[in-house]
Design a protein around this ligand. Structure first.
Ligand code: GLY
Length: 583
């Protein structure tokens, strides 16, 4: 590594109304100035859900790494410091913008169903879905994609040796780190589920099940050994050899079916991003097997037909149009979306401006239309979940990365691989285990998302990049939140582009969520009572207030060069960290 002295500026995770972005330079963004990004020589930024991991990413930038090196280092560090969502045993999606060529690439490292998977594997003799099996057993896991994905992008687009980007994560695991508040709190809350698994009980709790308190040191030696193998042997150090053997042995202990060959067969796919023009900007995100990109573009296309700014931010008229657009998008999601390597997804039709116009014409701007009239479906109360995590990185050259990855639920299936130190996902629940029935997010899937061997389950993860009219990146954003991910990203983008908010304001503003089924409009605290009253009068069913909707860790270009970063205040311990170099 090159040697620099560096300092790190950690800001943010602040209260709404007080939000200030973490800036690599002074000044605030506005949309017209934002066309002038970036002057060369400006500094980079990392924003993630955990301050230690953001520092690791910023350190990699300061050591001469690019945004991709920083993203990979952050991703591996989160696997150590944020075990509820950072992972080796899950999967995700990464959007990469390369400044030198102007190219944007969508990396699919989503989990794949094992070869023994079948459409009936989670059905009981009564034809119902066995919720325990699909969420909390060895069978719940798809073949993990994270290690293959991170190693792939680092080798192809990174600049530093793999060992350099993995070293900080190895050190955090081997030497331990001080347990931050959020981790102590979530381990306490997940105690029952995690202590039911021998591996998780041993890795995340003290002997006799005592929970770590904030400030105590958590050492993860088996995880450090696994990370070391990856640093020496690349992805093969995970998908073959000792770690693979441990995964297969864990399958035998917990009733799973992932085989050596399934691990060997895992493949990362580089896909064309889904991009759409929204007013004067271009918005790009992940294509299937994520539904995120298609429905983000579809909703923006619908909304483009109205002057949202004139309606007023979070006014009843604005929220009504948001909800109506969300209703149409989630209805389509339930029917058309699945793994494009298995089914034909009508992507161009769904993202067509004329299709959006026809949907807009069906929307009554004065009254809500019941979901049953938009398409048939079930109605259930949804439960907000806190799984999944998003981080963004950006370097001085204008390379930008937007990455969302997950174990599905917090701590995935709760099953840890004994001897290897990491948790496995429960991503099989993102398939339509029984087409037409709801999953744990009350999302309804169709035959397009039915289970099949080697298929990737449909996702809502929406890592997004926004570009100005010259094609320069303006914003990297994304969020956790299960089914709420797409609507959270939509609102961050609209706040930033239509309402001219800086990235801190765009992140802090209260959010709503609507997903067709259940026919309920959810809102965060901060939407005015008058507005809610008006929405009720328009015919909306107002749902219970969730504690929070998503957590967008974003980076935006600053008008005269450099970046502003924000870590969403909705998650404790999140931080945006600016690379800062002194001679
Ligand atoms: N597991 C949540 C998602 O991929 O959307």
């Amino acid at each position: 590594m090159r040697r620099y002295q560096w300092i790190l500026a950690i800001v943010l995770a602040v209260a709404p109304g007080l939000a200030q972005p973490s800036d690599a330079r002074e000044g605030a963004r506005n949309s017209s100035e934002a066309q002038f990004f970036p002057a060369s020589g400006e500094r980079g930024m990392v924003s993630s859900q955990d301050a230690l991991a953001s520092r690791v990413g910023a350190q990699i930038l300061a050591s001469g790494g690019n945004a991709i090196d920083a993203a990979v280092a952050t991703g591996f560090a989160l696997a150590v410091t944020l075990p509820r969502a950072g992972n080796l045993g899950g999967g995700g999606f990464m959007m990469i913008h390369l400044a030198a060529t102007g190219k944007t690439i969508a990396i699919d490292y989503r989990e794949m169903a094992p070869s023994a998977a079948s459409p009936e594997m989670f059905l009981t003799s009564d034809g119902d879905v066995d919720r325990t099996k699909i969420l909390g057993s060895g069978l719940a896991s798809g073949v993990p994609g994270t290690v293959a994905g991170l190693v792939h992008v680092q080798r192809r687009y990174g600049r530093l040796p793999l060992i350099d980007v993995l070293s900080p994560a190895i050190a955090l695991a081997r030497n331990g780190f001080k347990v931050p508040y959020a981790l102590a709190d979530s381990l306490e809350k997940s105690k029952k589920r995690l202590q039911a698994d021998a591996g998780s009980a041993a890795y995340f709790y003290k002997p006799s099940g005592v929970v770590y308190v904030q400030g105590e040191t958590l050492v993860q030696t088996d995880l450090a050994d696994t990370l070391s193998r990856i640093s020496k042997f690349g992805a093969e150090g995970f998908y073959q050899g000792a770690v693979a053997e441990k995964i297969v042995a864990q399958m035998a202990r917990s009733g799973g079916v992932i085989t050596r060959q399934d691990l060997k067969n895992y493949r990362v796919v580089e896909r064309e991003p889904v991009c759409g023009n929204y007013r004067e900007h271009q918005v790009c995100s992940m294509p299937p097997p994520s539904s995120g990109g298609i429905h983000l573009v579809q909703m923006l296309n619908i909304l483009e037909g109205w002057n949202l700014r004139a309606l007023g931010h979070n006014s009843a008229d604005y929220i009504h149009r948001l909800a109506a657009s969300m209703q149409r998008a989630y209805a389509d999601r339930s029917q058309y979306l699945g793994d494009p390597d298995f089914v034909d997804v009508p992507q161009s039709r769904l993202t067509d401006k004329r299709y959006a116009e026809s949907l807009r014409q069906q929307i009554d701007v004065k009254h809500a239309i019941a979901s049953a009239e938009v398409a048939p479906g079930l109605r259930e109360q949804r439960v907000e979940s806190t799984e999944t995590t998003h981080f963004s990185t950006w370097d001085a050259e204008g390379n930008a990365v937007s990455n969302t990855y997950t174990l599905n639920w917090a701590y995935g299936s709760g099953v840890a691989v004994i001897g290897a130190g990491f948790l496995l996902n429960n991503e099989m629940d993102d398939f339509a285990a029984k087409p037409g029935a709801r999953n744990s997010y009350n999302l309804v899937g169709g035959e397009a998302n039915a289970i099949a061997p080697a298929k990737r389950p449909l996702s809502s993860m929406t890592p997004a990049l926004v570009f100005d009219k010259k094609g320069l990146p303006l914003l990297a954003t994304g969020s956790p939140g299960g089914s709420t991910i797409i609507t959270v990203v939509l609102q961050v983008v609209l706040n930033f582009l239509d309402f001219n908010m800086n990235i801190a304001e765009a992140t802090a503003a209260p959010r709503i969520h609507y997903q067709w089924i259940p026919d309920q409009l959810y809102y965060e605290v901060g939407i005015s009572k008058d507005t809610l009253h008006r929405l009720k009068n328009m015919g909306h069913n107002i749902g219970a207030t969730p504690r929070r909707l998503g957590a967008a860790n974003s980076i935006a270009a600053k008008p005269n060069g450099g970046t502003s970063g924000i870590a969403d205040y909705r998650r404790e311990d999140a931080a945006a960290v600016a690379e800062s170099i002194r001679d």
